[in-house]
Ligand binder design. Sequence first.
Ligand SMILES: *Cc1c(COP(=O)(O)O)cnc(C)c1O
Length: 562
Amino acid sequence: MPREFLNTERIAYLTMEVALRPDIPTYSGGLGVLAGDTVRSAADLELPLVTVSLASRKGYFRQRLDANGRQQEEADPWEPSERARPLQARVVVPIEGRDVWVGGWLYVLEGGLGGRQPVILLDTDLGENSADDCELTHYLYGGDAAYRLKQEIVLGIGGARMLHALGFRVRQYHMNEGHAALLCLELMNRYAYPNDDLRPGETPYDIPRVRDLCNFTTHTPVEAGHDKFPYDLVDRVLGDFIDRQTLRRLAGEDQLNMTRLALNSSDYVNGVARRHAETSQHLFPGYHVRYVTNGVHPQTWTHVAFAGLYDRSLPGWSHEPELLVRADCCLSDEAVWQAHQAARRDLVALVRDRTGIGLDPEAFTLGFARRMTAYKRPELLFSDIARLKAIAGNHPLQIVMAGKAHPRDEEGKRAIEAIHAHMHELAGVIQTAYIPNYDMAVAATLVAGVDVWLNTPLPPWEASGTSGMKAAFNGVPHLSVLDGWWSEGRIEGVTGWAIGNGDADGDDATHLYEKLDQVVLPLFYQDRAGWLRLMKNVIAKNASYFNSHRMMRRYASDAYIR
Ligand SMILES: *Cc1c(COP(=O)(O)O)cnc(C)c1O
């Protein structure tokens, strides 16, 4: 391990997925992109982090779509040796009573401002292991519950042991979602009292000490997003790693709930937006759930044309994005519009390249792309096709979409097919395109090149959402249901628009159509100066705040230094 990474105490950031760059498929969606932005901001701010994740050699999956929008999943492998250096250390973790060896890779993330960050990608694909154990770090979110539990042993227990073996001095641990919570059990064992000091009924573990070391960020109020394992499986896979009574007290009586374990083992717990923390506080009464609203990494999500404009007019913005608050006064309409046109050209080229469809570079373009799953309501825009056609009759409109469904999310897959059917119904009236294989690179082109970014989740299930923040760095306003970060970011008519009032039972489709027809499209086509004022306000008020530099400075001051 290079000296530069060992000579200072670090924050160990453990995450199941991390989006390091578009051609390293160790991420599936928002959680991994956020982890990547976390590391990129840490690099720019020179915050001493060490990130631990899995090598995921076979990636998540590559999405192919047939003409009807049926999703086919293909392996998306990568070769760690081409991008990372092998680690010199190996550790073992206990799985089903045997020793499984864990090795891995050092990926050095080099930030745009010169900072460097170590990222450890754990890998069990080693000669010492059985064929089955070699596969434990292959598939991100693949396999059954037993496979997942074993992966989480590698991440949480193997991760902590690997950091120790490599010589890292860890100041605090940060669990990005509950997947890493077995870390807490490793720390309990590390900081146990000698057995002969115990009075009957006392736990041998120094729980306050572990809690003092741990920070936990919960990322979703959706129940299925919280890993739970039945205790008979845990007993079989993890054996007597920790005494049962303590485990049940910390992780739940009926099953091992990773979220509970992390909550009970961390002095600092947060949700990822104000509204999400409120929702989580109801889900987890008795815990203090704070919030650090998510952000996105400035340089990564800003189109080169806008980055050039900011470099000229607001130098220093990529280290201190607060400087963008001046965007409303400092940027000329002409320069903003030209940067937007450059982003639009890239989008038109991407859509032609991936789908063969020729977008109109002048027409108002609505963008929607994210994980395709029920609570995100990807079909809401198509609830009333006749109404949508009528709106397009009043003002030209085109739509660009993208998104993968998890291989086992049948509802999500059906949504992609339904969207394709709607796209056929709209043919000749509204130009539509669905870009296959949504990833970081597609996201960057899409959020910058559209005119408005749409989000229609069912409240309160969108914990934060980050793609609308990416749009903000490119002056693209957000039209969204009031959930997640948008409850904080929306100033009506200034940074974008709300759909509905944020309740779950509102008629959001009708509100969406009304806003589009009566507010958004008229402004775009009839008041270009007003539209440019809006674009500049989006940059000034939202990009200046909803960025991962602010987020990491908050984690540093509130969680890491306490
Ligand atoms: C940003 C991003 C996401 C998350 O977007 P949300 O708005 O939070 O749903 C998902 N996937 C990719 C590829 C992204 O770049």
